[in-house]
Design a protein around this ligand. Structure first.
Ligand code: GDP
Length: 497
């Protein structure tokens, strides 16, 4: 079996299909990588992807066209035929496409083999490609090559991975905007405005005696503040993006035996949390992912809160309080079967735990009150005690974890409350955590720079801060990003992307 020579293409067998004209791709010295681009497992079709200088030659060797009219691969055109193994035996009926660089995803010659989605077929095709000179792609290597070949910047490459992982529509739209380069454009705009400031500051250092016309301090201040404001606008979508991408933390809290674990199970549709009528069964917290409509949610069932002498249970209660502090939404569960009509009318919550949490929850934290076990007893209306410390009325709903009554309405209401508590989505490009850290770093430097300008600091000291701010901005979009950061980013990708 002859391998195709990377350097000069010698050894490329005269296959039935003609390879596209070769060209100097930006990374033509690189290996040719191959990987399954679709998900692992069986499916209707699977796509095996190639990138690198051998892509065209490998297809030319292994593809047998299905039509006598085939005269060679037309770029960006699907061709029907058979794919062979290295010894010339047919492996599958396929569609193949060649996408020559530099206009391809990676900037290199790329190819795709659309085969039937069986694991044996995919393995055989990949083994053949590896036997003929391709090498297995590492995680995110296609996107890494796209980044290295200047096809996209780091924030766009990250948007690709986030697009694939997006759990709902909003996260999808944000990722698409970043894939379009919106974040990079806005950061670059700020960066180039700061560049002007930097030039004038250098002039001020080099020509301190007004030999050339330079911006004065108030002008510097205005420009630096504008730049900081632009960064703050970018950052205001971060919290909403965290929630729509990673899930809102919805914490079920209340007294022991109120039915929190039963509610968790009803919301998950499976028996995950342990349910018994022995108070104090949930001794730690349980966390699971669910969707409330299109909103991803990390649902947390906490240990019931009460005074306890049991060390293990006390630790669980401590953890519950920590969970409540980290919540994006607090759901207070009341055992509706426990009280009586007089207590419903009173202004003091008969459940001390729920009363305390209604009192102490931060004003900006969405809180919902669920009257559980409504199948056993229900109030005539909203109980008088169901109000927050500032007088606000939290949504109040009767539900039954046992019969499922009210559960769907609760999910809708919780979703609306959570999204309603965040800044509107608008046209936000929502930086991810890594980008947000860099943008916050830049905003911090700019804010310190404003103070230094006002305090009359020397221009060369101001320049140092300005350089730091610019370096943070470069980091956000991946200009000159260190190898270890790139490794971390691309290692989080899937293979084949
Ligand atoms: P937790 O301590 O708050 O997690 O409470 P559990 O979920 O363990 O429930 C305590 C008891 O209440 C169990 O016996 C459940 O079967 C019962 N229970 C929970 N929800 C309901 C409900 O909606 N209706 C009725 N009738 N019983 C419920």
């Amino acid at each position: 079996m002859s391998e195709i020579n990377h350097a000069d293409g010698a050894g490329a067998p005269a296959g039935p299909a003609a390879a596209p004209a070769s060209h100097d791709s930006p990374s033509s010295a690189q290996t040719t990588i191959a990987a399954l681009a679709t998900a692992q497992g069986s499916g209707g079709i699977a796509i095996v992807r190639l990138s690198g200088p051998l892509s065209g030659k490998l297809l030319a060797r292994l593809f047998v066209p299905g039509s006598a009219a085939f005269t060679g691969f037309r770029p960006w055109t699907l061709h029907h035929g058979r794919i062979l193994d290295a010894s010339g035996r047919e492996l599958d009926d396929v569609l193949c496409v060649l996408m020559p660089g530099p206009g391809s995803y990676t900037g290199e010659d790329c190819a795709e083999i659309h085969c039937h989605g069986g694991q044996a077929i995919v393995s055989a095709i990949l083994e053949t490609l590896f036997a003929c000179g391709a090498v297995p792609a590492k995680r995110g290597e296609f996107s890494r090559r796209a980044y290295l070949n200047g096809r996209m910047d780091l924030s766009q490459a990250e948007a690709v991975a986030e697009l694939i992982a997006a759990p709902g529509r909003e996260a999808l739209e944000q990722s698409l905007r970043r894939l379009d380069g919106e974040l990079s454009r806005r950061v670059t705009q700020v960066r180039s405005r700061l560049e002007t400031v930097r030039v004038h500051m250098s002039l001020a250092v080099d020509f301190p005696d007004d030999e050339v016309e330079i911006l004065d301090r108030p002008d510097f201040l205005v420009r630096v503040r504008e730049a900081e404001q632009a960064l703050q606008e970018l950052l205001c979508g971060v919290e909403r993006a965290r929630v729509t991408r990673s899930g809102a933390r919805v914490v079920l809290a209340g007294s022991v035996n109120a039915g929190k674990s039963s509610l968790m199970n009803a919301l998950l549709g499976v028996s995950r949390a342990l349910v018994t009528d022995v108070p104090g069964t949930t001794r730690d917290f349980i966390e699971e992912s669910v969707l409330f409509g299109d909103l991803p949610v990390r649902l947390v069932d906490t240990a019931g809160l009460r005074d306890s002498d049991d060390t293990v249970e006390s630790l669980g209660i401590e953890r519950s309080r920590e969970q409540i502090e980290r919540a994006d939404c607090l759901v207070l569960v009341v055992d509706g079967s426990a009280g009586d009509a007089a207590e419903d009318e009173g202004s003091v919550c008969p459940d001390r735990v729920v009363g305390d949490l209604l009192e102490s929850a931060p004003a900006d934290l969405p809180v919902l009150v669920l009257w559980n076990k409504a199948d056993l007893r229900r109030p005539s209306g909203r109980p008088a005690w169901c109000r927050r410390s500032g007088g606000g009325l939290p949504p109040f709903m009767c539900v039954s974890a046992l019969t499922g009554e009210g559960i769907d309405r609760f999910c809708e209401t919780a979703r609306d409350c959570i999204l309603g508590s965040l800044p509107p989505a608008g046209e936000s490009v929502a930086p991810n955590d890594r980008q947000a850290r860099a943008l916050r770093g830049a905003a911090g430097e700019l804010s310190a720079l404003s103070r230094d300008i006002e305090a009359g600091q020397l221009y060369d000291l101001l320049s140092v801060r300005l350089d730091m701010a610019c370096a943070f901005l470069d980091d956000a979009i991946g200009v000159g990003t260190a190898q270890d950061v790139l490794n971390r980013v691309f290692e989080s990708f899937c293979i084949g992307k």
